[in-house]
Design a binder for this molecule. Structure first.
Ligand code: PEP
Length: 262
């Protein structure tokens, strides 16, 4: 049985994945909205992280510069530098003010055929330059229907992190994002989230208890102001990765206000 009761735990982390949305004007409007509704809040560093498209990173970095909101890139290349047309390296993300990088998002796994080995290489690059990484794992609908949730999550995690804990980033966060729940308005249920996150915690402990004890685990998939309260109240949930609802400053600020009471 998954606990729904709020308990004493670290303040939740809200990660805002803006994906490939917006332009200079709309991102300025989004930032203005956040300035009105969120920037004065008492946010601890790392509690809110925004992931704008790469080309707008510097603009956003400037805008959030005097707040505790941190910046992340939506991806980083698996190579350090060189002849990779269109590539953005982990070092470049660092250079423009990122503290975080999002890796292995299902959209990248699907649209760019990213596999676990490549994501592991990206994680190493991130680690080398001191970026904190949020790595996404999760099953698609077919895999869920076939009863393969654990198998999928476990193989994604083990391929990524069992190889060499010495090359892991200082801070690794895992986001459980069932592919079918992303952008679908159909969040996973409290029971499904609680189960998957508890299993992720077990898998991490089995790999290396000391190293992964403090790993934060987030949930992502159709999180809104309507469900954030009950999701964050699950005792194994450390935060949320939010796509669609993070593109609207009012919705995201409402989510924050609910989150800070948990
Ligand atoms: C995401 O893409 O990481 C995500 C969680 O999207 P949404 O909140 O829109 O489902």
């Amino acid at each position: 049985m998954v606990s729904r009761m709020p308990k004493q735990k670290s303040p939740p982390i809200l990660a805002a994945n803006w994906k490939m949305n917006g332009d200079i004007q709309s991102i300025k409007r989004l930032l203005d909205g956040l300035r009105n509704d969120l920037f004065d809040e008492e946010i601890k560093p790392g509690q809110v992280v925004v992931f704008p498209p790469h080309v707008y990173l510097q603009m956003v970095a400037k805008n959030i510069g005097n707040t505790n909101i941190l910046l992340g890139g939506q991806d980083a290349d698996e190579r350090e530098s060189g002849s990779v047309t269109g590539g953005v390296s982990a070092k470049m993300l660092r250079d423009v003010g990122c503290d975080y990088v999002l890796l292995g998002h299902s959209e990248r796994r699907i649209l760019f055929s990213e596999d676990n080995d490549g994501i592991f290489q990206k994680l190493k690059q991130a680690s080398n330059v001191g970026l904190k990484a949020i790595v996404c794992v999760g099953e698609n609908l077919e895999q869920r229907k076939a009863g393969q949730v654990l198998e999928v999550i476990s193989s994604q995690l083990k391929a990524l992190i069992s190889q060499d804990t010495s090359s892991q980033p200082e801070e690794l966060l895992i986001a459980y994002e069932p592919v079918w729940a992303i952008g679908s308005n159909k969040s996973a249920t409290i029971e499904q989230i609680g189960y998957a996150l508890a299993e992720i915690r077990k898998i991490l402990r089995d790999i290396d208890t000391d190293f992964y004890e403090s790993t934060k685990i987030l949930y992502g998939g159709s999180v809104t102001e309507k469900n954030i309260g009950e999701i964050l109240a699950i005792d194994v949930v450390d935060g949320a990765l939010i796509g669609g609802a993070s593109l609207d400053s009012k919705s995201f600020s409402k989510i924050w206000r609910i989150a800070k009471t948990i």
